[in-house]
Design a protein around this ligand. Structure first.
Ligand SMILES: [Zn+2]
Length: 586
């Protein structure tokens, strides 16, 4: 037996009969394939229909005593299958005549451990309901992204649902679907993630086509999405690296008022509002297709759907606050350079902050309840879900000036803060100031401070050719490796980066920092982390704003005013007439 089509079914007798009739009409000899139907405790005559069915191919019927969900049904079917290849199908799919042979052909040659994914196209004769329109859009987007990519992409395509096939041995090696945690939802993503992590190669086979016929009722749809929201939280608890893949991450990074509105709608007291919106959506569904009212109704339907997902997720997380916390604190990253005593002769005095002022900043941050984390801790939280403090902040120092060892780091130690220091590895001084020696760097690394790269000699990386760029970035990484400071992070010198520079950082470090302002969250590109520069003229209000929003609006206003006064001075000097200068249109 070459291939087994495993179909689980629950109270969809007619739909299953249609699926099986398309499966009987395959271009494969009947003795080379079988259908394994798992009846997940149906009471609509499905078992009787199956008993009376005569097929040219082998038909195995497994009847479960109680309704156990899709994951358990598929596992039960796989355990009774005899084929070398397992193909999972749903009872609402119609199979193309070449479906099984296309799957079989895709498994030939190349690596043994493969997962073949075939497209699921929407049926043209489905009733025009919002639920089916939404499902069709979702399926179309998914399969367009699959066919548009050279190969399936992590993590978006790590999913083993209907119309996916693999060797039976691959399925049993990973213990099949997780029927305890993902009995009815997200079992496909969970298995996909586990297979991907095992190194199974995912392939898309556009010729292995099926057509999707089923359309859920609205009651089924609301229940389905609420349960899906809850299971998504469970899935992300098991695989924290998936958190950015789901819409919750959008909610977390949305403006405060959007987050607040979403929280209110997803809470129980707003249920009557949602019921009203659902009723409006249902009424508009009956309006003529393409009419304006129906289009508005569809938007209301999509809004209700998102709220239902959030409500399910909120219930699973325990509270709205817990859900927001799970999907992400927003991380401010402050950028300092030199902490020391600047004199009128100091080159670039804007880089230097007085130690007393710096101590005030640190004291202020501690009073505001911030706890410092390192770049590695942020990575750990993203990838493994390792908890981080409620109000995290990342302090960074660029260039690695020797003054840090004398002034900044002892202050940080005193207040229980740590920091990440980005060092220049191929120079002993920069902008007229001595840099930390390798011994000092090693000393502070062993004291709990994280060391990152900042190139070898601090050139404009964007102006370099490929070979010089490689020397600067990977040479810096090599210097730090030799010093034994285990670098994971990089800061672009002068904050400048382009595609090539980003790619060089990607090859040598796991996380890289720009000087683009803003907060960081789940969806921030790890190679384009945002930072806000702390300047000598900053007040404590500036520090508070930088920590809260990732930039200081007050500083921006101040700078603009200063710029205006400078222009005014220039115009005044040029014309010698203060009245002319007072007119901004000049
Ligand atoms: Zn620098």
């Amino acid at each position: 037996m070459k291939i087994s089509a495993v179909i689980s079914t629950y109270n969809r007798r007619d739909s299953l009969a249609q699926c099986l009739s398309t499966l009987s009409d395959q271009d494969l000899p009947p003795h080379e394939y079988e259908a394994v139907v798992v009846v997940d405790r149906s009471n609509d005559g499905t078992v009787e229909m199956l008993r009376g069915l005569r097929t040219s191919h082998e038909l195995v019927v497994v009847v479960l005593e109680e309704n156990r969900g899709l994951a358990a049904a598929r596992n039960a079917g796989a355990s009774r299958a005899n084929g070398e290849i397992l193909l999972f199908l749903d009872d609402d799919l119609s199979c193309d005549r070449h479906l099984l042979s296309a799957h079989l052909a895709a498994h030939e040659g190349g690596v043994a451990e493969k997962l073949i994914m075939g497209p699921i196209l929407p049926a043209s004769d489905r009733p025009l309901r919002f639920a089916s329109e939404e499902k069709d859009t979702e399926l179309r987007k998914y399969f367009e992204s699959l066919s548009g990519a050279a190969k399936p992409q992590w993590p978006d395509h790590a999913c083993v649902g209907a119309n996916c096939s693999m060797r039976r041995s691959t399925f049993s090696k990973c213990d099949g679907y997780d029927e305890v945690r993902f009995a009815r939802h997200m079992e496909d993503v969970d298995l996909g993630v586990r297979l991907w992590k095992r190194g199974v190669k995912f392939r898309f086979e556009p010729r292995a086509t099926t057509t999707h016929r089923w359309c859920q009722s609205k009651v089924q749809d609301w229940k389905y999405v609420e349960a899906k929201g809850a299971t998504t939280v469970r899935l992300c608890q098991k695989h924290p690296e998936l958190r950015s893949r789901f819409g919750f991450a959008d909610v977390v990074s949305a403006p405060a008022w959007t987050r607040g509105a979403a929280g209110v709608l997803a809470s129980a007291p707003a249920y009557s509002v949602i019921l009203l919106l659902r009723t409006l959506a249902t009424l508009s569904e009956r309006m003529p297709h393409r009419s304006g009212v129906r289009r508005v109704g569809f938007r209301i339907y999509c809004l209700c759907r998102s709220v239902a997902i959030l409500a399910g997720a909120r219930r699973e997380a325990g509270s709205w606050r817990a859900l927001l916390k799970f999907f992400g604190p927003r991380l401010p990253v402050l950028l300092y350079h030199d902490i020391g005593l600047a004199t009128p002769l100091t080159e670039n005095p804007n880089l230097t902050i007085h130690p007393i002022v710096f101590e005030r900043h640190v004291r202020c941050l501690r009073r505001l309840g911030y706890t410092s984390i390192s770049a590695s801790q942020w990575l750990d939280w993203l990838e493994n879900g390792t908890p981080i403090p409620d109000k995290p902040i990342l302090l960074t120092f660029d260039d690695g000036f020797a003054n840090l060892a004398e002034h900044a780091l002892p202050i940080l130690v005193r207040y229980g803060f740590s920091a990440t220091i980005f060092v220049i590895t191929g120079r002993s001084s920069w902008v007229g100031r001595p840099l930390m020696t390798m011994d000092q760097i090693k000393h502070w690394f062993s004291g709990g401070f994280e060391i990152g790269g900042h190139s070898q000699t601090h050139p404009r990386l964007t102006a370099l050719g490929a070979s010089a760029l490689h020397d600067q970035v990977s040479g810096c990484r090599k210097d730090l490796d030799e010093a034994g400071v285990r670098p994971v992070s990089f800061a672009y010198p002068k904050g400048l980066y382009d595609k090539e520079v980003r790619s060089a950082a990607d090859s040598n470090f796991r996380i890289a920092f720009t000087t683009d302002e803003g907060l960081n969250d789940l969806q921030t590109d790890l190679l384009l982390m945002r930072r806000t520069s702390v300047l000598p003229g900053d007040t404590l209000l500036d520090i508070l704003l930088r920590a809260r929003f990732g930039y200081s609006a007050v500083y921006k206003v101040r700078t603009r005013l200063r710029l205006r006064s400078r222009i005014r001075d220039l115009v005044r000097r040029f014309y010698g007439n203060p009245n002319v200068a007072a007119d901004p249109s000049v």
